[in-house]
Design a protein around this ligand. Structure first.
Ligand SMILES: NC(=O)c1ccc[n+]([C@@H]2O[C@H](COP(=O)([O-])OP(=O)(O)OC[C@H]3O[C@@H](n4cnc5c(N)ncnc54)[C@H](O)[C@@H]3O)[C@@H](O)[C@H]2O)c1
Length: 375
């Protein structure tokens, strides 16, 4: 069992990551002494929830609320339905909301927990690598608006994070890739010393997924923990976790769902590395390390994945990137996380790891990635 306490700003968040550990997880939840629990659960993980539910129901009333996760459902209307469900089942201020599923369920249940009676306790039970090693290590809770992803939300620290790593093993490959890519990002932008550990975890993933998750979990905690302690709202130095997400978000949204978030971020990191090199910040050996590490993810070839991307449409998407406003950026530029060495972002005078990049340079860098012969 990997357990400890994570400091997120002033909050100390206990976490427990184990295998086949329903009894231990149930005991940790019961130790919060809630009057009752509302279990917001992803419909894809009901089989994983069942052993936990059986144990919890011996200790407290539990009211499941099943969510069919899709980004178009991640709306305030879903949050409201969850709140209505909690109140209809007489949840009180000592009740807990349990969020069992991927990042989507975690965000929706987290937003509901921040709103119910102006705040009840939240327990994360993540079932995807994105959720387990990234999204739950955050205060950010949110929902989508018609105009875009995660445009409304709140900050709430979970009271507990509990994860049985065997839950993650049933996730289909494209979703697995997203979590693994976020860990590759941690290696390239934050903890390059863990490159070998990451490669080993990746090699073990097909045959020994749970051992692999164990290593990826350590990597996620090691990368994120120091930043959450000092920048819990992820507005300053923790913006480094946006590495690859500028060109990545643009590609993801242009593909209208055809390209996974993970794949898009992988191409986005290569583009960020090429921009960094073009601006004379990053040397070629570190750019090559990006290609070497990310080729291990077995992405489709760059020509197949990127050949048809419309350059003008890409430039237009970059111009509306959601990091605008974090730093002043002149017209025609987009804020990006750039590196001067692996694990060493370029920072502004206030220590924020963002730099304004002329959009035509970002597009040129993308073209280099699209024409590369390695991936
Ligand atoms: N800091 C943050 O708050 C943060 C960080 C990263 C992502 N997010 C959010 O998280 C969401 C993405 O999360 P995600 O990648 O976990 O995807 P997800 O929650 O959308 O789940 C992806 C798919 O996997 C299924 N699934 C979940 N667990 C499963 C399991 N163990 N076995 C089989 N199927 C399973 C779900 O039903 C769904 O179809 C986005 O909405 C994103 O905005 C938030």
């Amino acid at each position: 069992m990997l357990e400890g306490s994570l400091r997120i700003g002033s909050a100390a968040v206990p976490y427990r990551y184990g295998t086949d550990c329903a009894d231990a997880l149930c005991a940790s939840i019961a130790a919060l002494r809630p009057a009752s629990a509302v279990l917001a659960v992803d419909e894809a993980v009901l089989a994983h929830a069942e052993p936990l539910l059986r144990r919890l129901e011996r200790r407290m009333p539990v009211h499941p609320f099943v969510i069919a996760p899709a980004e178009q459902h991640k709306r305030l209307s879903l949050v409201e339905s969850l709140l209505d469900h909690a109140v209809a089942h007489r949840a009180d201020r000592t009740s807990v909301i349990l969020a069992m599923g991927g990042g989507l369920v975690g965000n929706v249940a987290g937003l509901a927990a921040s709103l119910l009676y102006r705040g009840v306790r939240l327990v994360h039970l993540p079932t995807t690598p994105v959720a387990a090693f990234d999204a739950v290590l955050s205060l950010k809770q949110g929902a989508n608006l018609r105009a875009g992803k995660n445009l409304c939300g709140a900050y709430l620290a979970p009271s507990l994070i509990c994860c049985d790593l065997t839950w993650l093993a049933t996730l289909p490959r494209p979703h697995l890739l997203t979590g693994v890519t976020e860990m590759a990002k941690n290696v390239l932008a934050v903890v390059p010393g863990r490159k070998d550990a990451f490669r080993e975890a990746l090699a073990r993933l097909p045959k020994h997924p749970v051992e692999s998750f164990d290593a990826l979990c350590e990597l996620g905690l090691a990368a994120k923990a120091p930043f959450l302690a000092t920048d819990p709202h992820e507005r300053n130095e923790a913006l480094v976790f946006e590495y690859g997400h500028t060109v990545g978000h643009a590609l993801e949204s242009l593909s209208a769902g055809a390209m996974s978030h993970g794949e898009a971020v992988a191409w986005g990191m290569l583009a960020a590395a090429e921009v960094s090199a073009q601006l004379g910040l990053l040397d070629q050996a570190d750019v090559d390390s990006h290609y070497a590490l990310l080729s291990a993810l077995r992405l489709p070839s760059a020509r197949t994945a990127l050949g048809d991307v419309d350059r003008a449409a890409l430039a237009a998407r970059l111009a509306t990137d959601n990091k605008r406003g974090h730093i002043p950026s002149p017209a025609g530029s987009v804020p990006m996380v750039l590196l001067r060495r692996l694990g060493e972002p370029v920072t502004d005078a206030d220590g924020r790891p963002l730099a304004p990049v002329p959009i035509e340079i970002a597009v040129e860098a993308f073209e280099k990635v699209a024409a590369n012969e390695v991936i």
